[in-house]
Design a protein around this ligand. Sequence first.
Ligand SMILES: Cc1cc2nc3c(=O)[nH]c(=O)nc-3n(C[C@H](O)[C@H](O)[C@H](O)COP(=O)(O)O)c2cc1C
Length: 192
Amino acid sequence: MALSVLGIACSPRRNGNTTSLLLEGMKTAEIEGHITEMLYLSDFKITPCQGCGACSANGVCVINDDVPKLQERLIHADRLILAAPIFFMGLNAQTKILIDRMQPFWALKYLHHQSLANPAGPDRIGLFLSTAGTQKKDLFKCAERSIQTFFHMLDIKYAQPCLYGGIDLAGEIIEHSTAFDDVRKATQRLIS
Ligand SMILES: Cc1cc2nc3c(=O)[nH]c(=O)nc-3n(C[C@H](O)[C@H](O)[C@H](O)COP(=O)(O)O)c2cc1C
């Protein structure tokens, strides 16, 4: 069965490390015959959540920007590959702003007890790809916690991620000995 595979490139660097890894994953999914769509977060107007609480009433956000387009894609994807760099030991701001704006989904699910994705559809699974410049201890811990919480809310299972420290300059990941092969294999597991 052909699955819909959504890729979201969350780095502001369009030629950056995480986006290169994501392109490899998307290519793998496409070669395997799945329906792929890749989005660059930097193409969307996404305003930070204001914490106004309006969405608690009906699951609708009062901000008028591009977030509904992303919500629509996130609800319908069978598989998600999210690629985001580490900034200041956590997710980069663009990714975190996207996640925070999913609060209407949180309200629908936890306050109004509604299903978000199609309960009769296939299991949803997500793969997180990330890079960071240093090799510090617990480098990906905060980012993983946010991504796991985000995936859990969307009923997306968290697959074994592909995380690489010591990768700083744009394009440096190309020199990594296993990263692209790891991502190919992780994507094959994701869609198998
Ligand atoms: C604002 C900013 C903050 C960063 N903070 C960290 C950090 O806390 N720890 C780290 O190891 N690397 C940090 N980095 C380096 C990036 O994680 C690294 O360059 C990564 O490979 C970028 O991925 P990209 O090319 O996909 O954007 C930071 C980079 C920027 C621009």
